[in-house]
Design a protein around this ligand. Sequence first.
Ligand code: FES
Length: 106
Amino acid sequence: MIETLTRIPVVHYSNLKGRTGYSIKIDNQEIALFKVSNGGVYALENRSPHPKGGVLSEGMVSGDYVYCPVYDWKISLVDGRVQAPDEGQVKTFKVEIKEDIVFIIV
Ligand code: FES
């Protein structure tokens, strides 16, 4: 099967604040975009894996993790994995930054 990937420009890198989450809608998909304190940018599906999950873009960012705003689950921004003792995984998206433009690959 051939998968077609699309690079979608979403925001200027210089407009992103550190340790902050942003909500972006691409087609019908809500994506949470985060800039962490070392300058890295990560994109995840904007929904907590918790059964009654909230939106991750409103969570608190610490290092390479976001803490879910509702149940305080700790989720890796790098691979989307929920940290123990909780479990689950959030879908992640590849991010590219070129000349101040942040692209999400969907
Ligand atoms: S609703 Fe997210 S684990 Fe919280």
